[in-house]
Design a protein around this ligand. Structure first.
Ligand code: G6P
Length: 609
């Protein structure tokens, strides 16, 4: 979603801001803008609807001079995407503010400000915040005091960065509910909503805590906490290289990330298990007590992370005998719950900043869950800070909006967690089988990537289709859901995932010769049943594309195309079968010419409700 970059330096900061915005593009946005002060022109601001490239074109070859500035990529919430609604929002011709998040009481504040003589140029809640701060600044308050005073009136979740032409060597940044980080340079400082934006200029970061306000100057930063006390926050050195968020030789980040999966999964397993079992230390101090106390699991997540949770339920009940429920966070947070004693909340989130997931966690705390365990890819995220225990996926930054390596590393982490439960619940064979399978995972994923070519050929048969159906059974049903989600997200073909046994209860009505049906058909107890479901499709002229492992011994026939998937141990079969579906979605999207890494209307990290 929205992205913030800011800088306070001796040099001209516009190039740093534009490059920072480019590195935030993956988050999803519809307009971009930049404001710079400290140059001869006082306060320069330019905003455009569209891409960062459009902003760069609008700025032309000579970038505005000035050592202090803020920039933003906006994902419309209040007011449609337009130049006027883009950020920075300007107040009184002298103050520029960029904002992530939502101000909930903006309508009421807008009315009050209008009554006091403010005229608004945009439909945004952001301009309300800028005006509220400006009102104090214009009456003589310094920028820090003006921001502090303005914040008192605001309700909602937000991160801000503010500059003023009256104080051109100062930037004020604050966070309440939305992430914000300070980049520490040599004689210069930066701010951003994501470290990725600042990797070309620094590796040293200070992660602001909720409620913090930072007074950022070239040579120093002073941080005040929620109560206005000066606080020290540690400087952390990021291990990410600038290349980690570059495409390398790949055409798209998504393709790069698909191919990074063997290494990312191996990295997620590294040092966390022996040959036969999981090391408790992998989950950090206090893990043993929390896992011992858990009688059941409630998994909560959104999007692709939710699909990882759905697969884990099959593992938890089969290998650990652990009762497990899974729910999307946006539903979980708003319904009444009857919480069984000893229920552990397991939250899964790539970013650790998804608003609904964080709200669900807080709701679970209120309801008295036995504890919160998180699976997350971002160590500095709000989710990691709020959970009792975290198992980090070590996927590295995921830039493509459609999640791939985050999903398979989440599943890897879930395998380890379920194995730890299996041991505790007196099922050592379950633990051993899960760990043995996990060890085989990087190699199995490597082998399945060899399918790229045949899958790319199949993709040609999807290019002109309007709809597609994905079928699976058992733990491969969520794989079908994930395959459908990937296809719809990036190729804009309408796709549905169904448990194959439900075919007769509705979707069969849609099947004719124009409807491709993708089936995930590993060998196993449900294969025969799945085969009868496939016959039902075939009998109605549906075109079948069947991903089946060697042991399933299915043969291609007219209208029944089999893609052989290398056989893998049962627990990891859902993970292995996910990869060809990722590749299918990718190649269909490339053939249809969509913006694969930044699909329309979608954001990488959904930090508002
Ligand atoms: C967005 C992203 C998805 C992601 C979902 C949950 O919809 O586009 O790729 O699965 O959010 O995000 P999280 O960071 O909580 O896993």
């Amino acid at each position: 979603m929205c992205g913030i970059v800011g800088a306070c330096a001796q040099r001209d900061v516009a190039p740093v801001l534009v490059e920072g915005l480019r590195r935030l593009e993956y988050r999803g946005y519809d307009s971009a803008g930049l404001a710079v002060t400290g140059g001869e022109g006082g306060l320069f601001c330019r905003r455009v609807t569209g891409r960062v490239d459009d902003l760069a074109a609008a700025l032309g070859e000579t970038l505005p001079a000035g050592g202090t500035g803020v920039a933003h990529t906006r994902w419309a919430t209040h007011g449609r995407p337009s130049d006027a609604n883009a950020h920075p929002q300007i107040a009184g011709d002298e103050l520029a503010l960029v904002h992530n998040g939502i101000i909930e009481n903006h309508a009421q504040l807008r009315e009050q400000l209008e009554a006091r003589g403010y005229a608004f140029q945009s439909e945004t809640d952001t301009e309300v915040a800028a005006s509220l701060i400006h009102e104090r600044h214009a009456r003589g308050a310094g920028l820090l005091e003006a921001v502090r005073g303005g914040l008192e009136a605001l309700e909602g979740a937000y991160a801000f960065a503010v500059v003023s032409r009256r104080e051109p060597e100062r930037l004020i940044a604050c966070r309440r509910g939305s992430p914000l980080v300070i980049g520490v340079g040599i004689g210069e400082h930066f701010v951003a909503s994501d470290v990725a934006a600042l990797l070309p200029v620094t590796r040293q970061f200070i992660f602001l805590e909720d409620g913090d306000i930072a007074d950022v100057r070239r040579d120093r930063v002073t941080i005040y906490d929620l109560h206005g006390r000066v606080v020290e926050r540690p400087v952390q050195v990021s291990e990410l290289s600038p290349e980690a968020v570059e495409r390398g030789g790949y055409r798209h980040f998504m393709l790069k990330e698909i191919h990074e999966q063997p290494a990312a999964v191996a990295e997620t397993l590294e040092g966390r298990h022996t040959d036969a079992g999981v090391l408790d230390a992998a989950l950090g101090p206090g893990a043993a007590g929390l896992l011992d106390a858990a009688q059941r699991l409630q998994i909560v997540a959104c999007g692709t992370s939710y699909h990882a949770g759905l697969i884990a339920r099959y593992w938890a009940e089969e290998y650990a005998g652990l009762p497990c429920e899974v729910e999307v966070a946006s539903e979980f947070r708003y319904r009444s719950h009857a919480v069984a004693p000893g229920t552990l909340l397991l939250v899964i989130s790539q970013s650790g900043e998804t608003a609904d997931v964080l709200a669900a966690l807080r709701e679970a705390r209120r309801l008295g869950y036995a504890g919160v365990l998180a699976i997350c890819n971002v160590p500095e995220s709000s989710l990691v800070r709020e959970a009792d225990l975290t198992l980090l996926t070590r996927a590295g930054p995921e830039i493509g909006v459609a999640s791939t390596k985050a999903f398979t590393t989440q599943l890897t982490a879930l395998l380890l967690i379920v194995a730890a439960f299996a041991r505790r619940r007196g099922r050592p064979q379950g633990e051993a089988e899960l760990v043995r399978s996990a060890v085989a995972l990087p190699g199995a994923i490597e082998r399945v990537l060899d399918l790229e070519e045949p899958v790319a050929r199949i993709a040609e048969q999807f290019v002109d289709r309007a709809h597609a159906l994905f079928l699976g059974r058992g733990s491969h049903f969520p794989v079908a859901l994930e395959g459908a989600l990937k296809l719809k997200e990036i190729s804009y073909i309408h796709a549905e995932g169904y448990p194959a046994g439900e075919l007769k209860h509705g979707p069969l009505a849609l099947v004719d010769s124009t409807m491709p049906v993708v089936a995930v058909a590993p060998h196993g107890a449900l294969l025969e049943k799945l085969q009868s479901n496939l016959q039902e499709v075939r009998a109605r002229g549906g075109q079948l594309f069947v991903f089946a492992d060697d042991a399933a011994a299915l043969r291609s026939a007219d209208g029944f195309q089999v893609v052989p998937v290398p056989a893998a141990p049962a627990p990891i079969s859902p993970i292995v079968h996910t990869l060809p579906l990722q590749l299918l979605a990718y190649h269909v999207a490339v053939l249809r010419g969509t913006d694969v890494d930044k699909p329309r209307n979608l954001a990488k990290s959904v930090t508002v409700e």
